[in-house]
Design a protein around this ligand. Sequence first.
Ligand SMILES: [Fe+2]
Length: 310
Amino acid sequence: MESSRTSRRDVLRWAAVSAGSLALSQLAGAVRAADDPAATTTTNKPFTFALISDTHLGRNGNAPAKQMRQAVEEINASPAELVVFTGDLVNAGEVDANEKHYPEWLDIAGGWKKPWHAVPGNHDPVAKFTKHIRAETDYVIDAPSSPHRFVFFRDALPNPEHQGAVLDEQLKWLQSQIDAAAKDKRRAFLVSHVIYHKNAHPDVGWMIRDNREAFADFLKQNARQIDAFFAGHFHSGLRGWDDTFGIHEIVLPSACWNFDGKRLRGAPGYTFEEDRPGWVLAEVRGPGQIKLSYKPIGADVSVVKELERS
Ligand SMILES: [Fe+2]
C-alpha cells in the first residue's frame, strides 16, 4: 500500500490527490509553505515538465532538426516548467563530420523558454557532449516548485554498443544524491539514456548491463525514495513497466523516428500503437502518481497514461 511506502510528510504533501486537482494544488501549496517557513510562493498546480528524447540531428538530412524546432515550440506552448532530454542529441555523433550538429542542437534548444537539461546517449561521445552541451554528464536539478530531485546520469556505452553501464563511483554518487534529496524532503526521479528493465523479447533487451546487480541493489534499497526512472533509446513510442521494486520505468518516444508501435502489442508493461515522432508531458500528482501525455509532433495528444505507485 502506498501509505506504507511514504512518510507522514509525504502523505501531508500529497494528501489531496484523491480530492481532485484543485484541492491538491491548494493543499500542496499550503503544506509546502508550512514545511518551509522561508517559502514565499505557493504551488497552485501539480509540477509539470516535458520529456523529449532521441532527436538524432543529422539523420537523413534536415528533417530531425525541423521536428526538434517544432517540438520546442510545442513545449513552449505547454504548461511544462522544465524540459528533460534523455539522450541521442545527434545521429552518429562519433563521426567527426557530424560534430556540427551539436552546436545546431544547442541553438535549437536555446529556443526553450524554460530550463532544459540533457544526458548523452550512445550516439553522443562524452567528449563532444561535454564540449558543446554541458560540462558534466552526472548532475542533479532541484526545480523550485518540484517535490522531486531530478538525478541525471550517463549510462549509455558508446556506439556501436547499445547496452548501459554504471560505474561504482556513479553508484556512490547516486546514493549520495538520493540521501541528500531525502534530507531536503524530496523524492527522486532518475534520468538516463538506457533503462534498467530487463526488457526481453519482443523488446530489444537494451538495459543497464554492466554492474547490473549493484545497480539493482541501489534501486531496491532506495525504492521508497525513487518514484520513476526516465530513459530513451528504444524508439518504441511510450513504453514502461512498474515491476522493478515498484519504481516506474518509463521509456520515451523518439522525437525523430520510432519503430512500429504494434510490434510490442501484448508485451509486459504498457505500450501503445503510437509511433509518430513526439514528446511527452508529465504531470506529477503525487508520490509515483504521474500523468503522461504523448504529444506527436504536429498533432494532438494521442495517448494518456496515468501511473500509480503500487
Ligand atoms: Fe536513439
